[in-house]
Design a protein around this ligand. Structure first.
Ligand SMILES: Cc1cc2nc3c(=O)[nH]c(=O)nc-3n(C[C@H](O)[C@H](O)[C@H](O)COP(=O)(O)OP(=O)(O)OC[C@H]3O[C@@H](n4cnc5c(N)ncnc54)[C@H](O)[C@@H]3O)c2cc1C
Length: 400
């Protein structure tokens, strides 16, 4: 177990993680540091003391990354404020029981239906103004849900403020679709406030899952919404981790029509690749027009085909030029305008070959990392669900 722990986790504390973060950085790899917090596996509620302690861990991750950012990349003027020292958060772990997110999300969906919104958008729809009020006041939301949601929002505010003070970006994970309307609403609110174009450096990155049928519509809506409301849209694009439970839940709830996830891997792949092409096209267009992009995308994937596609498009859209040889031979150098708006991401302890292939194929001025490793850390008990997921993905590691 000790070897397995060391393979996939940065350690038990931020102090354990620092030498690993530094060593990655020397190889031009950034980090997405996350204290591993999960909802209780048996569905029981966490006490407020535990939530407060876990929030302190998130704040301490931010401070650690802030100190490293000041050391590694103090001047972020050329990269749109980014230094690639990020912190990850999982919303379901920051409230006593995620059932409040579920009931709040259902209330949001009911309110949108009443307003005639999203009639042609697959579950769980798109974020709209008024979602948060619906989550607090809609049918089925209990007074204790309301209290938990308000407390959650206050915690996220505190985290975002601390992140802003340290110029550390926070990445809000995407979770099960039945929690997403509330998570989308909070991510949307934080981006509007902490990524405002006329404010300081953008601070919040939302995560979107391409395996959801809604994804192409969501991406278009988010690009238009950010332009309309004047904030920097920052997204981490993933395929999605909850395919099995998504199907089971859809069936259990007796919902009609196809489930929220595409019916085949090919469709999820097409949705992911559409997202790559669309996001990079927008980054390139905005950088060309105004010298800086108003959206940024993190391509979080272990899929080499998607990564190769993105690298090709960087060159095709004029965001990178090849030096030292033709075709695969040369190294791609990404322009300053694009570098702060594009990143690749893999999990710590996984797919190092792919991460190294990226650093060996694309680079940016001043050693600015174009790839980050998502490094979880924490107490062994807190990390067991995370390690169980890694065990499923890496059976060979356990066998060896
Ligand atoms: C840095 C990082 C951060 C992450 N953060 C999140 C997060 O916030 N939220 C989250 O949900 N996940 C997250 N993940 C996990 C991610 O969603 C994927 O589960 C995982 O990366 C595998 O997908 P892939 O693109 O790497 O590889 P691939 O092996 O190409 O894709 C596997 C994925 O394809 C999809 N898929 C497989 N079979 C089918 C099918 N029959 N029909 C439809 N779709 C199918 C599923 O999404 C599956 O996970 C993260 C991953 C990384 C690397």
């Amino acid at each position: 177990m000790h070897t397995f722990f060391a393979q996939f986790l940065g350690g038990s504390t931020t102090t354990d993680c620092i030498p690993k973060i530094e060593s990655l950085r020397h190889a031009e790899i950034g980090t997405l540091l996350g204290y591993n917090i999960e909802a209780e596996l048996d569905g029981s509620s966490k006490g407020m003391k535990l939530i407060a302690a876990q929030t302190e861990h998130v704040l301490s991750s931010i401070e650690t990354q802030g100190a490293l950012a000041r050391k590694f990349y103090p001047d972020t003027s050329k990269t749109g404020g980014d230094n690639r020292c990020w912190v990850r958060i999982k919303v379901t772990g920051l409230l006593p029981n995620p059932v409040a997110l579920y009931r709040g999300s259902n209330a949001i969906l009911a309110a949108r239906k009443e307003k005639g919104l999203d009639a042609d958008v697959p579950y769980p729809g798109l974020p709209h103004d008024g979602d948060w009020d619906a989550a607090l006041t809609g049918p089925g939301v209990t007074p204790s849900d309301r209290e938990e949601l308000l407390h959650l929002r206050a915690i996220l505010e505190k985290i975002a403020q601390r992140a802003r003070e340290h110029n550390v970006r926070i990445v809000i994970d995407a979770e099960q679709s039945w929690y997403q309307p509330v998570i989308d609403s909070l991510s949307d609110e934080l981006m509007q406030k902490y990524n405002a174009l006329d404010g300081g450096p953008a601070t919040c990155i939302a995560s979107f899952q391409a395996y959801l049928r809604r994804y192409p519509q969501l991406l278009e809506q988010q690009i238009a919404r950010a332009e309309e409301k004047g904030y920097k849209l920052l997204i981490k694009q993933v395929r999605g981790a909850y395919m099995v439970t998504e199907a089971a839940r859809w069936e259990k709830e007796g919902r009609e029509g196809p489930g929220p996830v595409w019916a085949s891997k090919d469709e999820s792949d097409a949705s992911y690749d559409y997202g790559i092409a669309r996001a990079l096209e927008v980054v390139a267009g905005q950088a060309r027009e105004s010298g800086h992009a108003r959206i940024g995308v993190v391509l979080a994937t272990h899929n080499s085909i998607s990564i190769e596609l993105a690298i090709k498009l960087l060159e095709k859209y004029g965001m990178a030029r090849r030096v030292g040889g033709e075709g695969e031979e040369g190294l791609l150098v990404v322009s300053d305008e694009a570098a702060g708006s594009i990143a690749f991401a893999q999990l710590y302890g996984m797919k190092d070959d792919l991460t190294n292939k990226i650093t060996g194929s694309v680079t940016a001025a001043g050693g600015f990392p174009l790839v980050v490793k998502s490094m979880s850390y924490g107490d062994l008990n807190e990390c067991l669900p995370f390690l169980a997921r890694r065990a499923t993905e890496n059976e060979a590691v356990l066998e060896g």
